[in-house]
Design a protein around this ligand. Structure first.
Ligand code: A2P
Length: 404
């Protein structure tokens, strides 16, 4: 064998995750079909022994942190433990950075279709999002202009509506995008806290129309294991406080912009943030004569635990078809969003059969299976070929799943 070829064979194009950009949202670990991605309390990492470069994890990553590669000698590939210790990616060693023959699949970035349930592309008519305008190295500063509780005083969960103003700093966003918040301080190991990702709850033209501000829907998480640092930080913010922000993130969970497009939205708890953003955007454009339908399924423990209950219920019935599912109302049977979807099967099926319908699911991880099963049941019981429809929804950027 010729020495040149031998060198090529020994070089690995190692897949790595940039710890400076990663917002630890777990999307990659969930997406990886062969469990090559893992994490500790600090970093998400790729096991070079397992990764086959299938690229399934790359499109769903909201930040692009996943799309990093280093040419290394195969025998010197960075181990999982090496990567757990990183604060930043190592530089490319130019001595091993000879051209490498990369398998065709790596260039074409196919998505293993059986591993990603939802779309990895945006709706065709979505506006083009800006992503990562502000990074860890150059973050944006925003001022808190409001922080109020959305859940009843007696409710067990403290969910808050937090408004951030960027002043003169450009911070363009679209409904469905998220931002990263960098809480101040360090964790017990002395490292800076990681950014936490929050969906934006306001439309593109601002929480207050025409203002350069956004809102977030944040639930206070009380955990003894140190989790919840960022949600507590946010929930305790006072007007006038300054927050460090990175992003925006996300280029697929976006709303269609063509006027006759329908939105089928399914959420629980704080998963309502993007639904609020999309609904509010459409409400503001209502006067333009849009004909698209909005149908919402929203789950919470009780009425008092449902964020935005009041404003939601005052929206005109001919604008949005709202269906609430309460699981812990005293004296009432437990109902989940997927149960209520089945009760409204005829109308859901009508939407599913319409090529202009875009489906959004956001909230508890546990809900995703139940919702997908309900969609399948409804489709099948109304004569729709579910495997074909599902594939079409996915391919056309019409099925967006964001559960955590
Ligand atoms: P549950 O009363 O069983 O916890 P949370 O308040 O924890 O954010 O949850 C929001 C809502 O989602 C609650 O009504 C909760 O019901 C419900 N929920 C929990 N698990 C599932 C699931 N697997 N599918 C659908 N909804 C769920």
């Amino acid at each position: 064998m010729d020495a040149h070829i031998e060198t090529r064979i020994d070089i690995l194009r190692q897949h790595l995750i940039d710890p400076e950009i990663c917002i630890r949202c777990n999307t990659c670990e969930e997406t990886c079909p062969i469990d090559a991605i893992t994490h500790d309390g600090v970093n998400y990492v790729v096991n070079a022994q397992v990764c086959n470069g299938c690229m399934a994890c790359v499109p769903p990553c909201p930040t692009g942190a996943i799309d990093n590669w280093r040419n290394v000698l195969r025998s010197e590939a960075y181990s999982v433990d090496d990567q757990f210790g990183w604060d930043a990616l190592p530089a490319q060693n130019e001595e091993v950075n000879a051209p490498v023959e990369v398998p065709a699949q790596n260039d074409e970035a196919p998505v293993a279709s059986d591993t990603v349930r939802g779309s990895t592309v945006a709706p065709w008519s979505a506006a083009r999002p800006y992503v990562q305008l502000y990074t860890h190295k150059a973050p944006a500063l925003a001022t808190v202009v409001g922080n109020f509780r959305l859940t009843d005083a007696a409710a067990s969960s403290d969910i808050r509506h937090i408004m951030l103003d960027f002043g003169a700093l450009p911070f363009p966003v679209l409904e469905g995008q998220s931002i990263g918040i960098l809480p101040p301080g360090t964790s017990t190991d002395g490292r800076a806290h990681h950014a936490r990702q929050y969906s934006i709850a306001s439309p593109r033209d601002g929480e207050r129309p025409g203002y350069n501000n956004i809102s977030l829907t944040v639930k206070r998480v009380q955990r003894e294991d140190g989790k919840g640092v960022c949600s507590n930080y946010l929930c305790d913010l006072q007007k006038g406080d300054v927050v460090t922000v990175i992003g925006p993130f996300g280029n697929t969970f976006l709303m269609p912009n063509h006027p006759d497009s329908h939105l089928l939205m399914i959420c629980t708890g704080t998963g309502s943030a993007p639904m609020r953003a999309m609904t509010e955007y459409r409400r503001r454009r209502r006067a333009t004569g849009e004909t698209g339908k909005l149908m919402l399924f929203f789950g919470a423990r009780t009425r008092g635990e449902l964020p935005y209950f009041g404003p939601l219920m005052s929206l005109p019935k001919d604008f949005i078809d709202t269906n609430l599912a309460f699981s812990r109302m005293p004296g009432e049977a437990k109902r989940y969003v997927q149960d209520v979807m089945r009760e409204r099967a005829n109308d859901v099926a009508q939407l599913l059969g319409d090529g202009n319908t875009h489906v959004y699911v956001c909230g508890l991880r546990g809900m995703e299976d139940g919702v997908m099963q309900a969609l399948e049941f409804i489709a099948r019981s109304h004569g729709l070929d579910w495997p074909t429809l599902w594939e079409q929804l996915r391919r056309e950027g019409r099925l967006h799943l964001e559960t955590y």
